[in-house]
Design a protein. Structure first.
Length: 205
């Protein structure tokens, strides 16, 4: 069984969903710890209530991204973490972490990348930008994490019709439903199967 760590900054619905999938035997993995930068995160509360070890690590209390990365690496090593799952984690992943966990960090983005991604494109900002663009379709992207925001190899995508959505909130709701449907599926594939990366795409062998 693969040992994972969840990194989350907010509400934590993707984290909760992954945890439930594991508990019901649909996802063959273990969550060894939850790391957050936000002491008020719903994800933190959920982890505490479910006896998952938690760590609050605040990047701005370290002198540099490298030192922040070292602190994270220490926790990950201590917990024998093989894969890192980002679930609404809002901080930039330091380069010493992407180097050590190359192609073993996964993220979910609430739009069809490479559109509506990049720095500042998170949460409501994404859905508002989609609405403003006039797009009739949005979706979800699961991707591996490298040093470029939202540019890592794509693992899985699913589109959703948003032609009936007239607010960012309405789009968010539709997209979140898809997120919960595909994140654990994508994770299971990554953990179970060998893959290669071609043209910035994860190809399962
Ligand atoms: C999700 O929309 C996810 O795609 C994005 O951040 C949001 C986190 O939501 N990366 P939650 O905290 O998992 O509920």
């Amino acid at each position: 069984m693969t040992n994972t760590a969840i990194l989350a900054s907010g509400r934590g619905s993707n984290f909760m969903n992954i945890h439930q999938q594991i508990k019901s035997g649909k996802l063959n993995a273990a969550i060894s710890c939850l790391i957050t930068d936000n002491p008020m995160a719903g994800a933190l509360k959920y982890a505490q209530e479910n006896d998952i070890p938690t760590y609050i690590v605040r990047p701005n209390t370290f002198g540099s991204p490298r030192k922040f990365g070292e602190a994270l690496l220490h926790i990950l090593e201590e917990n024998q973490v093989e894969w890192i799952i980002l679930a609404g984690y809002l901080k930039k992943i330091p380069e010493n972490l992407t180097a050590k966990y190359s192609n073993r960090i996964v993220n979910i983005h609430p739009a069809l990348l490479p559109a509506f991604g990049g720095k500042g494109m998170y949460g409501r900002h994404v859905h508002q930008a989609v609405l403003n663009s006039g797009a009739q379709v949005s979706g979800v992207t699961v991707h591996l994490v490298n040093n470029d925001y939202d540019r890592g190899p794509v693992v899985m995508q699913q589109a959703v019709d948003i032609s009936e959505c007239h607010s960012a909130e309405a789009i968010a709701e539709k997209v979140l439903e898809i997120e919960h449907r595909i994140y654990s599926k994508a994770l299971q594939r990554l953990l179970d199967r060998k893959f290669e990366i071609k043209n910035n795409r994860v190809i399962f062998l």
